[in-house]
Design a binder for this molecule. Structure first.
Ligand SMILES: Nc1nc2c(c(=O)[nH]1)N[C@H]1C(S)=C(S)[C@@H](COP(=O)(O)OP(=O)(O)OC[C@H]3O[C@@H](n4cnc5c(=O)[nH]c(N)nc54)[C@H](O)[C@@H]3O)O[C@H]1N2
Ligand SMILES: Nc1nc2c(c(=O)[nH]1)N[C@H]1C(S)=C(S)[C@@H](COP(=O)(O)OP(=O)(O)OC[C@H]3O[C@@H](n4cnc5c(=O)[nH]c(N)nc54)[C@H](O)[C@@H]3O)O[C@H]1N2
Ligand code: SF4
Ligand SMILES: [Mo]
Length: 763
């Protein structure tokens, strides 16, 4: 089959790139496409892939493979979100696959940690030795002495959850709470509307106002930008609410620059306008909310001037925005993750959720709040793939196991005094397997992690396709695959597609998929359960075995042949899963809160010690009031230090590619963006080598002057590899490893530093 006819074949009923996609999943269709005959006369094969980065877009891609080699990867033109284009990074996947630092075979450390002395060994030897060590650790200290470090390098459900999950359950390892990303959300939004599932982003094509809020979609979710442009094209408005002048702000009708973590004060001010100017939806508020009187009272306690001083938006801006918002038919707030990684993260998210409730636009198609978490769960059967293997007591009851978290990883693994949420971790961690993640780069408080990981009695195994920084601290480094070499199923984060990812090329060298690795390790441990024999096809089939998927004809064969399927989202199909907006008629609206209404007064927040309506405390207040910090801390480290994602990487992924290294590294180190005022006050010039310091450590950067922020704020890109810098330091030497108010979310964004010109200047 020719490529042209192949595309035509899969495109039957397709959406033309550039037009607005359809919302309710009507793009489900049969195509004459058989993967086995999927080779044309010039020997080119095509495969459906899904980008597995933790990026909302989860692009559907088509790989061209010739003679077993990846030739190119392109965006699937018929996918309603991808619309034929991947981001700048996605275009380089074929190159990334063959990057020079691929790990091709298992290696065993023969020198000291970080010395870089390795010996090539066989998989057989590696598995035997690792299994022997893990057996010894379990016998001596119990299963909880082992943990994992994982997050989002591969969002495929087999790679991230099923394969490792079965192994760690059987072993009885310490559980890892995987909380780096957006956990404040999971407490904040439900406290108002009773769900943590977002509306479907495709709805935004019905919206007349696009509000980018604490989000930098031009870099982090590039396909969202198209929604913004389409809103504009239809005569609607774009508003950007951010502490930093992000690229979209330059195309916006309005840019509102808030002090970091002060969004609740801004929201309260907007509520005040909506109430005082009678711009809220009376019927909606009366029928479907509780606590409105408390909100009215709260608004009366502050003047606009006071709220403006707290949040940094002018009174004028607050009023103009509130009126625009109230008069829009269906305004869409696109809420990012970076803007919630604060000590008041859950309170911040809660406050933002008030706006679509007061205006009632939550129930309108295209209106409301959108974030990176949509509902496709009914399609997936995790239980079927993850039998209950966890250790039991004499009565057959599951033994509760201790927990540590990603964000507090350093605190959780300390030899003495380890903690999780300030409580002791009773069984000291002796071993860790790092996969789909890069501990030494992506977790906060690098020095604390280093302190334990450097110990000889901390056994570390890394499986990764590349020679990541974490390898330097490992006992065994194992060759992992990229998603291009591994079959999996995942979902996108904003619209609810079920996405397939083919194994399009064979694993390079001796690389193993996570499924192959964890199954092989289980066998080496002597585990005999059937699940450790399953291959990826078996798991995929078991995974899709649900009533919901059957009803919707979502099968393995179909998924493989069309690449992605969107479950039909109609009031009927969604009612069991998502019983309220926007799928319910307004008169049957029920929120998943305790009261069944949208709660403007939260008992949960009150019981946790926070204001039950909108809480105005920000990160500065947190540090001022905390016993370990106080006012003097903020005097010593006066610069607010943010770490958003760069356009050129997705987390640490791509951070090893030579052409990207050339762009993220300036004069040998990563960039620190500072305002002219803050640089002048410290005698720093553009291009100077600088040291940023706080109580956690020091990181060396190259100063870059910018006017994107207000003075008092600086930022560095997150997750730059350490080994591509001269100083081998980076942002996470300085970032907060505290947890947010509720939801145990991360607080990376809520960090403070002082910066000075370094004694040694890089040329
Ligand atoms: N290119 C690229 N894409 C990525 C990633 C990446 O690293 N690089 N990472 C992926 C992952 S894992 C995630 S979680 C997402 C993150 O996606 P985003 O949420 O878009 O990511 P960030 O850039 O971290 O933060 C968003 C914005 O929040 C702003 N902000 C910070 N604090 C506040 C505040 O208090 N109030 C307001 N209003 N704004 C604030 C920052 O200035 C920043 O521009 O991106 C995903 N996509
Ligand atoms: N300072 C600061 N730090 C941050 C953030 C921040 O805003 N500021 N953001 C945080 C956020 S939101 C997130 S989500 C995390 C993300 O960071 P993590 O999820 O912890 O890690 P990634 O950078 O995505 O690293 C993924 C690794 O997995 C590997 N990998 C990819 N596919 C496979 C596979 O199939 N098998 C195996 N074995 N390995 C594979 C890749 O090669 C890569 O080395 O970073 C967090 N770190
Ligand atoms: S990183 Fe995001 S935008 Fe880029 S290819 Fe992957 S899913 Fe698409
Ligand atoms: Mo994330």
């Amino acid at each position: 089959m020719q490529r042209r006819s192949f595309l035509k074949g899969v495109g039957a009923g397709a959406i033309v790139a550039g037009t607005s996609p359809s919302l309710f999943g009507m793009e489900q269709y049969q195509v004459d496409f058989n993967p086995k005959s999927y080779k044309n006369e010039t020997g080119v094969e095509y495969h459906y892939l899904t980008c597995p980065r933790n990026c909302r877009d989860a692009c559907s891609m088509i790989a061209e493979v010739k003679d077993g080699k990846m030739v190119s990867i392109k965006g699937d033109p018929k996918h309603p979100l991808t619309q034929g284009t991947v981001c700048v990074k996605g275009h380089t996947y074929a190159m990334h696959l063959y990057n020079a630092d691929r790990i091709m075979y298992p290696m065993k450390r023969v020198g000291k940690k970080t010395e870089g002395k390795w010996e090539r060994i066989s998989w057989d030897q590696a598995l035997k030795e690792i299994a022997a060590k893990l057996t010894e650790i379990k016998e001596k200290f119990g299963g909880e002495a082992l943990t994992e470090f994982v997050y989002s390098g591969n969002e495929g459900h087999i790679s991230k959850t099923i394969a490792p999950g079965n192994f760690f359950e059987k072993y009885g390892a310490t559980r890892l709470v995987r909380n780096p990303c957006d956990w404040p959300r999971y407490a904040g939004t439900p406290s108002v509307i009773g769900t943590d599932f977002s509306k479907d982003a495709l709805e935004v094509d019905e919206s007349d106002m696009y509000i980018s809020w604490g989000s930098n979609e031009s870099y982090t979710a590039v396909h969202w930008v198209r929604f913004a442009h389409r809103v504009k094209k239809r005569g609607g408005k774009i508003v950007v609410i951010n502490s930093v002048r992000v690229p979209l702000a330059n195309q916006a009708d309005m840019f509102i620059q808030l002090r970091p973590s002060s969004d609740p004060a801004f929201c309260l001010a907007v509520c005040k306008v909506l109430i005082e100017e009678d711009l809220y939806d009376h019927e909606f508020v009366e029928k479907y909310t509780m606590g409105f009187e408390d909100l009215v009272h709260e608004c009366s306690l502050y003047t606009y001037g006071e709220l403006s001083a707290m949040c940094g938006a002018s009174v004028d801006q607050i009023k103009v925005f509130a009126r625009l918002y109230a008069n829009a038919k269906a305004p869409a707030i696109m809420h990012g993750d970076g803007g919630q990684r604060h000590f008041n993260g859950a309170r911040l998210v809660r406050a933002v959720t008030f706006l679509p409730v007061l205006t009632g636009c939550l129930t309108k198609l295209g209106g409301g709040l959108f974030w990176a978490y949509v509902h496709v769960k009914g399609c997936f059967n995790f239980e079927n793939c993850m039998p209950d293997l966890s250790p039991k007591d004499a009565n057959g009851n599951k033994i509760e196991r201790q927990v540590i978290s990603y964000i507090e990883f350093g605190k959780g693994i300390q030899k003495e005094g380890a903690t999780y949420l300030d409580k002791p971790v009773p069984v000291p961690i002796k071993a860790c397997i790092n996969y789909n993640s890069n501990l030494m780069v992506t977790a906060p408080n690098t020095n604390l992690i280093k302190k334990r990981v450097m110990d000889d009695d901390f056994f570390l195994v890394v499986i990764d396709p590349y020679d990541i920084d974490t390898c330097d601290y490992a006992d065994y480094v194992l060759p992992g695959v990229t998603f291009m070499e591994s079959e999996d199923i995942q979902n996108d984060q904003i619209s609810g597609y079920v996405c397939y990812n083919a194994q399009s090329v064979k694993p390079l060298g001796e690389a193993k998929t996570n499924l192959e690795f964890f199954n092989a390790l289980a066998k080496a441990m002597g585990y005999t359960e059937e699940c450790f024999d399953w291959d990826s096809e078996t798991v995929c089939r078991k995974f899709l075995d649900t009533e919901f998927a059957k009803k919707q004809n979502i099968t393995y064969e179909k998924l493989k042949s069309v690449g992605w399927i969107k479950p039909f989202r109609t009031p009927e199909t969604m009612k069991d899963q998502f019983p309220y907006y926007p799928y319910a008629p307004k008169d049957k609206l029920v929120f998943g809160t305790e009261s069944g209404k949208a709660e403007l007064y939260s008992k949960t927040f009150k019981d946790a010690g926070y204001h039950p309506v909108i809480d105005l405390k920000d990160d500065w207040d947190y540090y001022k009031e905390h016993k370990d910090f106080g006012e003097s801390y903020l005097k010593k480290y006066p610069l607010y230090f943010m770490t958003p994602g760069t356009q050129l990487q997705d987390n640490s992924n791509w951070g090893n590619m030579p052409y990207i290294v050339k762009r993220v590294i300036v004069k040998g180190n990563a960039e620190l963006f500072m305002t002219k005022e803050d640089m002048q006050a410290r005698g720093i010039e553009d291009g100077d080598t600088v040291e940023a310091t706080n109580e956690k450590g020091t990181a060396i950067f190259t100063a870059v002057e910018t006017s994107q922020m207000k003075p008092g704020i600086c930022y560095a890109w997150n997750n730059i590899w350490l080994k591509v810098t001269k100083s081998r330091t980076g942002a996470n030497f300085l970032c907060s490893d505290g947890v947010s108010d509720l939801g145990n979310g991360s607080t990376y964004t809520a960090s403070f530093v002082e910066v000075r010109k370094a004694a040694k200047q890089e040329m």
